[in-house]
Each structure stands twice: as C-alpha cells, then as structure tokens.
Design a protein around this ligand. Structure first.
Ligand code: MG
Length: 384
C-alpha cells in the first residue's frame, strides 16, 4: 500500500483525490489537513482512520477533537498543525491541494520529510519554484504535477527532456471566451463561477474566467519543465479534450487527451511511475467530436499577458503576480470589485514591485505579504 497525505482534503482536488484513493485498492490515507470544513473532515477521518489530521482554523480544531474523540487520529491546529501533518505524515506521496501561497511552507516540510509531491497547489511552484526544486533534488523526491495541463506535458515529455522545443499550453478560455472587454464590464461573481468544462474551487474558477490561471500555469510550466516563457504558447482549445501538447526538435508534436476530469491527472500522479487504474470513462471517437484551436485574446484577458511579463522578469515578480491575483480574487468574490478590476490590481502591483532576482524564501514571503497589502491599499484608495 502506498501511503498518501492530503493537504487540503475537503476542497475540490482533495475530495477527488479521496475518490481516487477509495477506489484504488493500493493507496491508503495516513494524514489529512483542511482549512475549515470539519464536518467533511470528520467523515474522512472515520473513513480512513489516519494517524494525523489538522484544521487550519484553530477554534474549529477544538470542535473536531470532540467530534472524533473515539478515533485514533491526533488532531492538530493552525498553520503549525498543517505543517506538522506535512512533516510527520510518514506518507510516500503528499497531495498539495491547498489554495494559494499558503501552500509553500507545508510543501517544503513534506519534501524535507522525503515525501514525493503530487503538486496541485500551483502557487507554490509559481512563487518558490527554484527553492522547491532545489529541496526536491536534495531530498531525492519527485514532484509530479496534478494540474491537468502539466500532467499532460509531463506525460508527453517522458524521457525526452533534451528534445523539447516548445510547449503548447491549452486553455478552455473559461466562461467569457470570445467576449470583448466592454461585454465583461458588468459580469457577476455567479457568471465567473460558471465554468463550461471543469468543476473546480472558487479561486481557480475565477482565475480561469480572467485567464489569470493560464498566466499562473505558464509560470508553473517554466519551473516544472525548465523552459523559457518564450518557449510556451497558449492555445485556446474550447473542448478541453487535449490537455496540452509538446513540440520536439524534429517538429513532431505529442498531445495527451482525455475527458476534462481532474481524477485523471490525480490518479496518474498518485500512481506514478506505475500505470493508474482507470479513473474516468474512455473517449469515444465514433461520436461526433470536433477539436478546435485558437489564439488567446490578450487584449481582453490582460491577466494572461501580465503572466508572461512576470515570467520574463523572474525573481520575485511571479510572487507579486500570484499574490496580487489572490488578493484581487478575494475582493471580487466578496463583491468588492468588478471583474475587470482584477487586471487593474495585478498590473498596478507589478508596476510598483521592486524586483529581487534570486530571492530567499523569506524574501518571497515578504513579497507575498507586500503584494496583498498593496492590492488592499489600491482598493482602499478607490473607495475615497
Ligand atoms: Mg490547469
């Protein structure tokens, strides 16, 4: 049995990872961490009887301790508790499915403990990719992407890393593909949360609507596959059947296809290097299927353009981009700013950021805090 720790077990990726594990027969859960959904976490504890579980919200951790007092599971609290779960899980592989840059430290703790990483928390790689990769190399652990595009790229590259020429990163385009800026002036939170193909958490769904998610994925690909931003081309592919493609030096292109279902890349990452059991239904080419590819509209979806800018600048700029985006999405989800202001907040933050090349971890964490504060100050300035 392969031991699995899930950080973020009650979110969209976490619950789908639980599905995959429950039906696998050769995976077991040894530790869980969640932000605040203790009723679901307590169900998961009863299902798997892990040795450790943590709740980020300290008050709720106390309540959970009472709820599962009859279980053998030790319940920890706060970010320190989450970090202890990551460090002490004894897992062979840790699914990092927390939202945002708060995943950085627990991911590094899991790596230091020698656990392979099924990387779902892309912000960790975007902000601290160099540090995470160094730590993985030092501790001899694998990082296997869970993001569907990066899983596809990982699978296409296989053993041919030296022959890679270009990456085609596919994007569904989200609910607003084909729209102009003018048409997006009055869109609501509910509109942005209505993704045509993928079922995901709120933050990433808004990021998909603004194409900020694709900007983050460019940065994630730069880190995971050691390519330059100019070697990545974003291709809008509305059907989300081709999960990404890799062009090699002989100009041949490999693609990975499947239904848009996160259980596919989750099962791949958890089983790697073994072949996973089927987690989704097969594609059927005897039914009508049309696959289309278009260029992205960088004018309407400025957050994607800014992602390429942050990738070219490097250093702390990707952190400024990611963390400003996180703060802006939080404002949008609370109906405190418009959809189009997301781009404004991110762009202004990048313009104001004082770039540090080769940042330390503490410098990255400072940049994260600075970018969030900067967005907050921009927002307050607009209220006057
Ligand atoms: Mg993705």
């Amino acid at each position: 049995m392969k031991k699995v720790c899930i950080l973020g077990s009650t979110g969209s990726i976490g619950t789908q990872a639980i599905d995959v594990i429950a039906s696998s027969g050769n995976l077991e859960v040894t530790a869980l961490a969640a932000r605040s959904n203790i009723s679901l976490l307590s169900t998961q504890i009863r299902q798997f009887r892990p040795k450790l579980a943590a709740v980020y919200d300290e008050n709720l951790a106390r309540k959970l301790r009472d709820d599962v007092a009859d279980m053998p599971t030790r319940i920890l609290a706060g970010i320190d508790g989450v970090r202890e779960v990551a460090a002490e899980s004894g897992a062979d592989i840790t699914v990092t499915a927390m939202v945002g840059s708060m995943g950085i430290l627990p991911t590094l703790d899991a790596i230091a403990a020698g656990s392979d990483i099924a990387l779902a928390n892309k912000e960790t790689m975007v902000c601290a990719g160099d540090i995470v990769r160094d730590a993985a190399k030092r501790n001899n652990v694998r990082i296997v992407p869970v993001d569907s595009e990066h899983s596809a790229i990982f699978q296409c590259i296989g053993e041919k890393k030296e022959a890679v020429k270009r990456i085609f990163l596919t994007a569904s385009g989200g609910p607003f593909v084909g729209k102009t800026k003018k048409e997006l002036e009055n869109v609501t939170v509910a509109d942005a949360l209505r993704h045509p193909n993928w079922s995901m958490g709120a933050k990433i769904t808004v990021d998909s609507a603004s194409m900020m998610n694709k900007g983050l994925e460019v940065l994630e690909a730069v880190q995971l596959f050691d390519v330059r931003p100019e070697d990545i081309q974003v291709v809008v592919h509305r059907q989300s059947i081709v999960h990404s493609m890799v062009e090699f030096k002989d100009n041949s292109v490999l693609a990975q296809l499947g239904w848009p279902d996160m259980r596919l890349p989750i099962a791949y990452a958890l089983s790697y290097p073994e072949v996973p059991c089927p987690a989704v239904k097969p594609l059927d080419f005897s039914e009508m299927m049309t696959l289309t590819f278009e260029n992205p509209d960088l004018e309407t979806f400025g957050c994607l353009r800014l992602g390429f800018e942050a990738a070219k600048a490097g250093g702390t700029m990707p952190t400024a981009y990611s963390s400003a985006g996180e703060a802006a999405v939080e404002l949008f989800l609370n109906e405190k700013c418009t959809f189009l202001e997301l781009e404004y907040f991110v762009e202004e933050t990048l313009r104001a950021h004082k770039l540090v090349i080769n940042p330390t971890l503490s410098c990255i964490i400072d940049t994260d805090t600075w970018a969030r504060d900067y967005v907050r100050a921009l927002w307050e300035g607009k209220q006057k």
